[in-house]
Design a protein. Structure first.
Length: 226
């Protein structure tokens, strides 16, 4: 049995994994879901690396959305990492930004609707959050997710990534088949580039770990057993 470190994305929090965590625990794994500050990618990386460094034994590191960018940097050079799992996530290579990835594909309608407050913090309007972030999630749960979303620094789209951990460790990738935040084509391209073992979940929204916890947990368990 191994450790599983779960890393949420922007405009989200650790509760995103609430449907997945019991399934991993029931399989006998020790699970930690990080609560990131979302103040900057470097701050998030520091938080995740601190959590990773205190875990003893083989560890599977899982990142959703911007959490993929975070684990790409935080897991670099970590001696206890066994595998990486990207869940509808960004996976930059060294010297790349997330903004550069998005420019390669058709713009998404959701990109027009993010709000940036005077402090430079990014959120999705609560009335639009279910439509774009969590279209296949129970409507009440989607509204809760919108209310608890973690405001994130808008500057993270221009963060220049360092040496990628996915070049060091076996990687898995869950592609959400109806992702309106990152976009399914971009996820497929990232997964193919990294040579990840890829699972496409048809019709899944960006919040695939909430709407399809069984399928997401199954991939994480596969990585843990590898």
């Amino acid at each position: 049995m191994v450790n599983v470190l779960l890393v949420h994305g922007a405009i989200a929090d650790g509760s995103s994994w609430s449907g997945v965590i019991p399934k991993l625990q029931d399989a006998g794994h020790h699970v930690v879901a990080v609560q990131q500050p979302l103040s900057s990618i470097p701050d998030d990386v520091t938080k995740v690396r601190q959590a990773l460094d205190i875990l003893e034994g083989p560890t599977v590191v899982v990142g959703h959305s911007f959490g993929g960018c975070v684990i790409t940097n935080a897991a670099h050079g970590a001696a206890n990492v066994k595998a990486l799992v990207y869940v509808a996530a960004f996976a930059p290579d060294e010297g790349e930004t997330v903004a550069q990835h998005a420019e390669q594909f058709e713009p998404l309608e959701s990109a027009k609707h993010f709000d940036v407050d005077p402090q430079g913090r990014l959120t999705m309007p609560q009335d639009l959050f279910p439509q774009y972030f969590a279209a296949d999630v129970d409507p009440v749960q989607a509204r809760i997710m919108a209310a608890v979303q973690g405001p994130s620094d808008a500057a993270r789209f221009e963060f220049v990534s360092g040496p990628p951990a996915w070049r060091e460790f076996p990687s898995w990738f869950i592609v959400a088949g109806n992702d309106q935040i990152i976009g399914t084509p971009l996820e497929q391209w990232l997964a193919e580039r990294m040579g990840a073992k890829t699972t496409l979940i048809d019709g899944a929204s960006h919040a695939v770990m909430v709407s399809q916890p069984d399928a997401v947990a199954a991939v994480i368990l596969e990585a843990a057993a590898s």
